[in-house]
Ligand binder design. Structure first.
Ligand code: PMP
Length: 459
């Protein structure tokens, strides 16, 4: 019985057999992993009995919070009834049909079709193939190149990692693949110089136009961006950015793709980040919040024009054994329905989101080495800086961030460091009292962080 093993035994077995994602295995095995054994609401418990506040909703995915028995009941019922069947070969099943119907209801107008995957990365790779197929069917097969952004994140598969702009990922496995180019991210604090945020938003969008002109509009298939860059450090673009990006994509006949894997399903207080920023993509990718992480499932939403073009092309030779998996689909359906019918998304917009944003700003603005405090709904961040007045960042980007992150962890609060950006995205069901508790703990951690900075002579 695995339950009877203790932490030390689990650590030993983990070190012996388990390769972790994005991990230096040797160094992890020296320290030993933290074993998470159960979760409820916004809290996790580890194998030593510590209660930990999850300020990251797992990996930005447990929107509905942990421990929803109604979701596990749905999974059990669906497993008993139809644990698996595929959606190839002229076949469907009730769970996937019900989910598709519901998704068309919550999606922005004009998005009536979805293609299922098992993860954000698969959604992105599916989208890449769809975009290229779209232009083939349109009789413009030379339109193949996709534009992504430096410091964007679109997953770990070969397509997703190529489209993302993480140089440390490109360094491994000969990426990016051909046909993918990148432009600079719309990070005002670093790149905005003497412009107003509104001026900068337009200027940053124009970098995309420059790239289109450099490569040739006749060769560009799509521009792809996260409405808010998540893993890149919660980079919230100025309000002028997305409308200008849309104008440029329309002008040059380029598909506009939003990667909503993090922003989707309520994170910003709207169902999708595109609505918050007021733009209309042609395609958008999702995963994470679709099932609140209870089971792996992703979906690529295509607008009616893209759907009818793909349909006109006959077979789309793409799909996964688990596309529209019945159990994942049933759980996603129950999750999305609950996010809607319990008013969870609406509450992020009208109540808990504004509360978090206000408390986040007022609390962290008091620290000497915190600046660029930002966020929307329940996704927020600040940046650790050496000097606020000159906007000077610390040397060795990421080193200070990890030091700070470790202080949060030591205090049983999970926040994440993306370089020297400290980010948070808790479950959407977080209460006001829990927001207060999270902010108070984080503030104590930041005071400790600034003490350590001084003690180590780093500031
Ligand atoms: N796109 C975005 C915007 C993401 O944030 C992520 C994951 N953090 C992915 C794609 C990849 O998703 P997955 O890890 O489920 O493959």
């Amino acid at each position: 019985m695995t339950q009877q093993r203790n932490t030390a035994a689990w650590r030993e077995m983990d070190a012996a057999h388990h390769l972790h994602p994005f991990t230096d295995t040797a160094s992890l095995n020296e320290q030993g992993v933290r074993m998470i054994t159960r979760a409820d609401g916004i809290y996790l418990w580890d194998s030593e009995g510590n209660k930990i506040m999850d300020g990251m909703a797992g990996l930005w995915c447990v929107n509905i919070g942990y421990g929803r028995k109604d979701l596990s009941d749905v999974a059990k019922r669906q497993m008993d009834e139809l644990a698996y069947y595929n959606t190839f070969f002229k076949t469907s099943h009730p769970a996937v049909v019900e989910l598709s119907h519901l998704l068309a209801e919550v999606a922005p107008q004009g998005f009536d079709h979805v293609f299922y995957t098992n993860s954000g990365s698969e959604s992105v790779d599916t989208m890449i193939r769809m975009v290229r197929r779209y232009w083939d069917v349109k009789g413009k097969p030379e339109k193949k190149t996709l534009i992504g952004r430096w410091n964007g994140y679109h997953g770990s598969t070969i397509g997703g990692a190529s489209l993302g702009g993480m140089s440390y990922m490109h360094e491994q496995g000969d990426l990016p693949i051909p046909g993918i180019v990148h432009v600079e991210q719309p990070w005002y604090y670093k790149h905005g110089k003497d412009m107003t945020p509104e001026e900068f938003g337009v200027a940053a969008a124009r970098w995309i136009e420059e790239k289109i002109l450099e490569v040739g509009a006749d060769k560009i298939a799509a521009f792809v961006g996260e409405p808010i860059q998540g893993a890149g450090g919660v980079i919230v673009p100025p309000s002028t950015y997305w409308p200008e990006v849309q104008r440029i994509c329309r002008q040059y006949d380029i598909l506009l793709v939003a990667d909503e894997v993090i922003c989707g399903f309520g994170r910003t207080g709207e169902w999708f980040g595109q609505t918050h920023f007021g733009f209309q993509p042609d395609i958008f990718t999702t995963a994470k919040g679709l099932s609140s992480g209870y089971l792996p499932i992703g979906a690529v939403f295509v607008n009616d024009e893209v759907a009818s073009t793909l349909a006109a092309g006959g077979d789309f030779n793409h799909g996964f054994t688990y596309s529209g998996h019945p159990v994942a689909a049933a759980v996603a359906h129950a999750n999305v329905k609950a996010l809607r019918d319990e008013g969870i998304v609406q509450r992020v917009k009208e109540d808990i989101g504004p509360y978090m944003q206000q408390r986040w700003r007022e609390t962290f603005s008091q620290f000497e080495h915190v600046d660029d405090i930002r966020g929307v709904g329940l996704i927020q961040a600040f940046t650790l800086v050496k000097n606020k007045a000159t906007r000077e960042l610390f040397d060795n980007w990421g080193e200070i961030g990890l030091m700070c992150r470790d202080i949060f962890f030591a205090n049983n609060l999970i926040m994440r460091a993306c370089g020297d950006h400290i980010v948070s995205a808790p479950p959407l069901v977080i209460s006001k009292a829990e927001v207060d508790q999270m902010i108070d703990t984080a503030a104590r951690c930041m005071a400790e962080f600034e003490r350590q900075l001084k003690a180590k002579g780093l500031a």
